[in-house]
Design a protein. Structure first.
Length: 513
């Protein structure tokens, strides 16, 4: 199952494990049980500290938990963690052994303040590219919290339960029968939702002091800004949800000058390496709750930490745009989805709609058409905006159609999941209804500027208005990248704009001296 190259890598990765790790497998007569046993035996063969034991009451599906030094860690898997989830298995073993990349002490304390007991299951698809991030974040929390259990569940093996719970999107994090989180989520997202669901012990605010430059955002613009200010000798700190930002979700990159081909996660790792070569403090898994302008600028983080800075550079990028119609939030993960690659398999043989007739919407429809029974693309304008070659491909499919001049009015459901969609025919003003099982929203991006929109001037799209050097209308506050009015949202442009904002901050500091 695992090729020799992977086994060699695992020997190196697991070489530092010094405590006994047991992969405790529940007996089962399921056809996948032998596959699970083979996988785990191969993993265990790479380190003398890892063993596999079959024990406990027999179950209907393959399942195992991780035990460290004789103690249950709370980390479990239902199914065979192959595909994208193999990395989740490797990291879970490292977390159980007290290894692997950890958040900083402040974030660990925040995780441990969650009120237990916490018992979660994350339903995944092994083809889902967003699922491992959620599984790994929750496994990490389970390894750090004394009363926290988390189990990855391959939804394909428990389809009756998936249907009973009304799950129509992955990853779906469940607490009993209650949906806690659905879709792509970072550690910071999940921690915030768990705090809201389970409560948290009160913590005192932590003052982090003063820094010459604070950069909010860890994507190409933010990292570029931080490197340039650090090179100018300014003390620099980055606050980010995740290093790499939107790059983490980007596939092939072929237009970064000097780099013929790379992929988002690889480029994110290179950004992190470059950042680490300078004396730049990184606060990951953080979000800014409040900005107080002035000299200095004061920042209050959702984590309860506060700090001040002489120059603030906002490089927070953009996120998927939502419709903002009734039913969208209510049925998120229960028929409303944003990722056709992740959630498409859950709609096999069903009727779905894609909102948005641009390239991303039509590409999503083309991908989904091979899985679903029918796909309807709804475009707000009189004509779809996608490239002609994509529209021609869609027109040749027997189970796809495009409806133009259509304004989505609501996403309809029965309390358990999506049952349809209501749209306005803009040409006649009449309301039309579609009977559907799912809706994929593909209407572009919205800038991540909400936390500072009342402080700096923004345009009607929420983009921060900047001058030619990245200055906003507030002294000491700069912005760069996709969150700004600078046209053409490209990696190479974001990097240049980040450097420009950093140089402007340094220039202004010199002039004020």
């Amino acid at each position: 199952m695992l090729d020799p190259a992977i086994l060699t890598q695992l020997r190196s990765v697991f070489s530092k494990i010094d405590a006994p790790i047991t992969l405790s497998v529940r007996p089962s007569s399921h056809p996948k049980q032998a596959e699970l046993q083979t996988l785990l035996n191969q993993v265990a063969s790479t380190a003398p500290t890892i063993d596999v034991r079959v024990e406990g009451r027999a179950g209907d599906v393959p399942r195992f938990g991780i035990v460290a030094d004789g103690r249950a860690t709370g980390i479990g898997f239902t199914g065979v963690p192959g595909g994208h989830e193999f990395t989740s298995l490797v990291l879970a073993i490292l977390y159980a052994a007290g290894l692997g990349k950890r958040p900083d002490d402040s974030m660990i304390a925040r995780i441990r303040r969650l009120k237990g007991p916490i018992r979660l299951r994350t339903f995944v698809s092994l083809s889902c590219e967003n699922c491992p991030d959620v599984v790994q974040a929750l496994s990490l929390m389970a390894s750090l919290h004394p009363d926290f259990e988390h189990e990855m569940v391959d939804g394909g093996l428990v389809q009756d339960e998936v249907a009973r719970l009304g799950i129509r999107g992955v990853p779906s994090v469940m607490y009993g029968d209650t949906l806690v989180s659905s879709g792509k989520a970072s550690l910071a997202d999940l921690l915030t939702r768990l705090e809201q669901t389970f409560g948290t012990e009160e913590a005192q605010a932590v003052a982090l002091g003063h820094v010459d430059v604070v950069v909010i955002g860890g994507g190409p613009a933010g990292v570029s800004s931080a490197i340039y200010t650090a090179r100018k000798g300014l003390s620099t700190l980055i606050i980010t949800d995740r290093l790499g930002g939107q790059l983490q979700d980007t596939k092939g990159i072929e237009n970064l000058v000097g780099v013929p081909y790379t992929e988002g996660p690889a480029l994110s790792a290179r950004l992190g390496e470059h950042l680490a070569s300078y004396d730049i403090r990184l606060l990951e898994h953080r979000r800014v709750a409040r900005v107080v302008p002035g000299q200095p600028v004061t920042l209050e983080l959702e984590s309860g930490e506060t700090l001040t800075t002489g120059a603030l550079i906002v490089a927070t990028g953009a996120k998927w745009r939502q419709l903002g119609v009734p039913g969208e939030q209510e049925y998120l993960g229960r028929g409303v989805a944003f990722c056709p690659h992740c959630d498409g398999p859950l709609f096999k043989g069903k009727d779905i709609a894609v909102i948005g007739g641009g390239n991303s919407g039509v590409e999503a429809a083309l991908d989904l058409a091979g899985i679903v029974r029918s796909v309807t693309v709804l475009e707000f304008m009189p004509e779809a905006k996608a490239d002609a070659v994509l529209l021609d491909k869609l027109a040749r499919l027997p189970n796809a159609r495009v409806v133009t001049n259509a304004r989505t009015a609501s996403i309809d459901g029965d309390g358990q999941g999506v049952t349809g969609l209501t749209y306005e025919d803009r040409a006649t003003g009449t309301l039309q209804k579609l009977v559907l099982d799912g809706v994929f929203v593909q209407i572009g991006l919205v800038p991540n500027s909400a936390f500072i929109r009342d402080i700096v001037k923004t345009n009607r799209f929420g983009e921060i208005e900047v001058d030619g050097k990245g200055r906003t209308d507030q002294p000491g506050i700069y912005a760069a990248g996709d969150v700004t009015t600078v046209p053409f949202k490209q990696i190479v442009i974001a990097m240049g704009e980040g450097a420009k904002a950093a140089l402007a901050a340094f220039e202004d500091r010199l002039n004020a001296a």
